[in-house]
Design a protein around this ligand. Structure first.
Ligand SMILES: Cc1ncc(COP(=O)(O)O)c(C=O)c1O
Length: 350
């Protein structure tokens, strides 16, 4: 997090219905709509909770018993989304994709030709594998069959191109703590007009979009929102807008490419083919014979750098290295590469 966001969090707390706070919520709603590139008539706001609460808000307001869902599962978070739809009573069909690869839009088309769906769910940036899924193409195919598309943008918003209006996405959720660079605790969501029109009776009180709209738009109490988290997210969104979306995406791309170049020079290889790589989350193969936990421990203890382990079928096989938000800088790339080289005995200091 940037010092600016941390300072914003330290501002005096306001009550959840204080007129000044409500004004800040209005500004945040408008800022989030711009960062999502939302079409006119959308509802963008922040759910109180982490990214998973954004996922649950999208599902709880669009899925009811018997809703036919085609869930594209190409990693841990696609699986979570499929499970959440099932818990809300959906008839879920999975389109499983090899971990480390992006979904092929033709496979989505074939799956929908075999059996229609009301909703297609897809994770844009799959954090467990480092893969970018082609959500624009998926949305086009979903709409041809009359389905809505629900998109997990937890690891893309603020770090990689995402265009809700241009790509015609219906319901998109994210988190505060990744590309936007705020602390965790709020989940930006964006419901475009088609999704707003197809809302179901929400079985969750806390995630009921109509009640949330009553609070955010009509100032009616729903829950006691944390002003400290709103200060932080509003400041983070202001910083995104000052930098400009295109410049911010270019910064993430440049630092990602510099990281991949350096990792390649260290003799490391990436899990994901170049065209489908995330700029926010780099997945590097653990070299044969290397104990991945020992490397991660070395980075944390010697260099204060925390990287992620592989999940599920990729456990022990990859390192997951985040470069996002305020943390996506050339200095962090250089430090991380030097630390990796040190841990692996391959760097200039080895
Ligand atoms: C793609 C994706 N979806 C959903 C989540 C869940 O977010 P949270 O841990 O903030 O609840 C994560 C968390 O890393 C994620 O990477």
């Amino acid at each position: 997090m940037s010092p600016r966001v941390m300072r914003a969090m330290a501002s005096p707390v306001l009550s959840h219905l204080d007129p000044e706070f409500l004004g800040l919520m209005d500004d945040l709603r408008a800022g989030l709509a711009r960062v999502f590139c939302a079409p006119a008539g959308s509802l963008a706001l922040a759910i109180s909770g982490t990214g998973t609460s954004g996922m649950e808000a999208a599902v709880a307001n669009l899925v009811q018993r018997g809703t036919r869902v085609l869930a594209i599962v190409s990693g841990y978070f696609g699986d979570r989304l499929a499970e959440m739809c099932a818990r809300y009573g959906a008839d879920v069909r999975r389109l499983d994709v090899e971990w480390g690869r992006a979904v092929d839009p033709d496979d989505v088309r074939k799956a929908l030709e075999t059996s229609a769906a009301d909703i297609v769910c897809v994770v844009h940036a799959e954090t467990s594998t480092g893969v970018l899924n082609p959500v624009e193409a998926v949305a086009r195919i979903a709409h041809e069959g009359g389905a809505l598309v629900v998109v997990d943008a937890v690891t893309s918003l603020g770090g990689m191109p995402l265009d809700v209006a241009g790509w015609d996405l219906d319901a998109v959720y994210s988190c505060s703590q990744k590309g936007l660079g705020a602390p965790s605790g709020l989940a930006p969501v964006c419901f475009a007009p088609r999704a707003l029109a197809k809302r179901v009776t929400c079985r969750s009180f806390y995630f009921d979009l109509s009640l949330l709209e009553d609070y955010w738009v009509r100032r009616k109490y729903h829950h006691t929102m944390s002003s400290s988290l709103v200060y932080a997210l509003a400041e983070a969104v202001a910083m995104v807008e000052e930098e400009g979306l295109a410049a911010r995406w270019a910064r993430h791309e440049g630092n990602h490419r510099a990281f991949v170049d350096g990792a390649t020079r260290l003799g490391l290889s990436m899990l994901v083919p170049e065209a489908a790589r995330l700029w926010t989350l780099n997945t590097v193969r653990v070299p044969a014979g290397v104990d991945d936990a020992a490397v991660r421990r070395h980075l944390l203890q010697r260099f204060n750098i925390e990287i992620g382990a592989g999940l599920g079928p990729l456990a022990g096989q990859i390192f997951r290295i985040g470069l996002m938000g305020h943390g996506s800088t050339p200095a962090h790339v250089a430090l991380c590469l030097a630390a990796l080289g040190d841990a692996l005995g391959r760097g200039p200091h080895a």
